[in-house]
Write a new protein. Structure first.
Lengths: 233, 267
């Protein structure tokens, strides 16, 4: 039995309703909100600014630090406030996914801090976070060579679908987990991969299809990000 | 960055003439807007904006073993997480003393006014009671987080509903239309700041930094009149008895602006 009809009736290559907006945290140097359906991320950027502790400073270039966190009531069962192993790992892969497009050599010894809060979660939170962060960095006027667009692609019982919901992430066939979640990010002009993770069980040829589906979806994200930034000075 | 001494002096000089930089009167709040149901996953949630200050609060329910000295009462926990998102002044790491103090002030206003009737949150005496978690997240700090946080908390509580409870466990994500049991007093929290000889409410960031001392006060109003449920004086400048008396008088008069915002949002 294959997963041919999606739970919410979307086409295989169709994302949920996407919304992007910049300037949602006026006190920050740059900020943005990014929404995939019921998944909502807010990102705020501070910097480049002085980096403490001093031993972290790099005299060749600035560094980017991300803090990803889910607020306690963003999920159905309360999440304990504060960082955990999961959020620390996601913070790190988020920073690594954004770093390639930043011209950090212009800001030696400094840090660019990116804070991401997931305020409502329905799968794909790290991707929404990266999209919000990419916009927030641009909104902060940080010199960048490109934008970054992230999307989670899934292989459900062998069918490749983009932008999984929580219900799809938990998809089962014959009582067994049958969903593979593959979050990925692309530099949007260059079309290079800056984030790639996978957990599940997928055939190599399906994985290749999934990456191609992600690349296509990232083109749509690029348009949405450009639109959100239009009109900024 | 701390504001310059000269700015503090100008704020003080203006206030001595009853004026503020943004044209408000000393006891005037910036516009207050409230959205409810901001997270579909929460039992209750609210986003409060006072001017550019934005705070989210959410209510989640769980169950636990009651405390030994109150085997029939549900529990309440209020936390505040000062995410460094909201201000360049907040640091990453364990909760700061400011965020703990804020959570405790909000907690006391809610607890001491019996806004939530915890005695009605018993599932099985001595074994299982509901616990109410109220979590507060500042998103943008443009001054006066305390009043925005307290308001967001009471709106989230007022709008909260129980999740489905079946076969001794919570069916998370499925909501009933049954609201939390509430008492007759709603605590409206205001913070009064002393700058020079003047008192103001709802400071901007600059005014907050020029503030020499502040007093947070939670007031309720009912058929039985007004009551004060919680107070907290902060910062290291003293206040005279007359100043405190004047704050109490102001509080029982001025809380209506917060009450109105609350009632409009939870109608």
């Amino acid at each position: 039995m294959a997963y041919t009809k999606r739970f919410d009736g979307r086409k295989a290559d169709q994302m949920r309703e996407v919304e992007a907006k910049v300037g949602v945290v006026p006190r920050a140097d740059g900020s943005a909100m990014f929404k995939f359906g019921d998944t909502i991320a807010i990102a705020a950027v501070y910097g480049p600014r002085h980096l403490h502790p001093q031993f972290l400073q790099d005299p060749q270039q600035g560094i980017i630090r991300c803090s990803y966190d889910m607020i306690s009531f963003s999920v159905t069962e309360r999440k304990r406030p504060g960082p955990a192993r999961r959020s620390q790992e996601i913070s790190d892969v988020t920073a690594r996914s954004l770093e390639p497009v930043l011209l950090l050599s212009q800001f030696p010894n400094t840090v660019i801090d990116v804070f991401i809060n997931i305020v409502q979660a329905d799968a794909g939170t790290r991707c929404a976070g990266i999209n919000a962060a990419s916009l927030a960095l641009a909104h902060a006027g940080i010199p960048m060579t490109d934008l970054v667009g992230a999307i989670s692609v899934g292989s459900l019982g062998g069918s490749v679908v983009v932008d999984l919901t929580k219900e799809e992430e938990d998809y089962e066939e014959d009582g067994e987990k049958a969903a593979t979640d593959i979050p990925m990010a692309f530099t949007l002009r260059d079309k290079k991969i800056s984030l790639l993770q996978l957990d599940g069980k997928v055939k190599p040829e399906d994985l290749k299809k999934a990456i191609e589906a992600g690349r296509k979806a990232s083109e749509a994200i690029y348009e949405i990000q450009k639109e959100a930034l239009r009109g900024l000075k | 960055m701390e504001i310059a001494e000269i700015t503090k002096q100008r704020i003080k000089a203006h206030l001595a003439k009853g004026m503020r930089f943004d044209g408000r009167t000393p006891m005037q709040y910036r516009p207050i807007t409230i959205e409810t149901g901001v997270s579909k996953k929460a039992e209750g949630s609210a986003k409060v904006r006072i001017g550019e200050t934005e705070v989210w609060a959410g209510v989640k329910l769980g169950t636990s073993i009651p405390f030994g000295d109150s085997p029939k009462s549900g529990t309440l926990m209020v936390t505040a997480e000062f995410s460094p998102m909201a201000s360049e002044k907040f640091e990453r790491g364990p909760p700061s003393i400011e965020s703990i103090e804020l959570a405790r002030i909000v907690d006391r206003g809610i607890r001491e006014s019996d806004l939530i009737d915890l005695d009605k949150l018993c599932i099985k005496e001595g074994e299982k009671v509901w616990c109410v978690f109220v979590d507060i997240y500042p998103i943008n700090d443009a001054g006066n987080l305390a009043d925005a946080a307290a308001l967001a908390a009471i709106v989230a509580i007022k709008t909260a509903v129980f999740p489905e409870y079946k076969n001794d466990k919570i069916n998370f994500g499925v909501f009933t239309d049954k609201h939390l049991p509430l008492g007759e007093y709603v605590p409206f929290t205001m913070t009064f700041h002393k700058i020079g000889d003047q008192l103001i409410v709802d400071p901007t960031v600059q005014e907050g930094e020029a503030s020499e001392a502040h007093l947070t006060i939670s007031v309720s109003s009912s058929k039985k009149g007004e009551f004060v449920h919680a107070m907290q004086k902060a910062k290291d400048i003293t206040m005279s008895v007359e100043e405190v008396n004047s704050i109490i008088d102001h509080a029982v008069k001025e809380f209506k602006v917060i009450q109105k915002a609350f009632e409009d949002a939870t109608k």
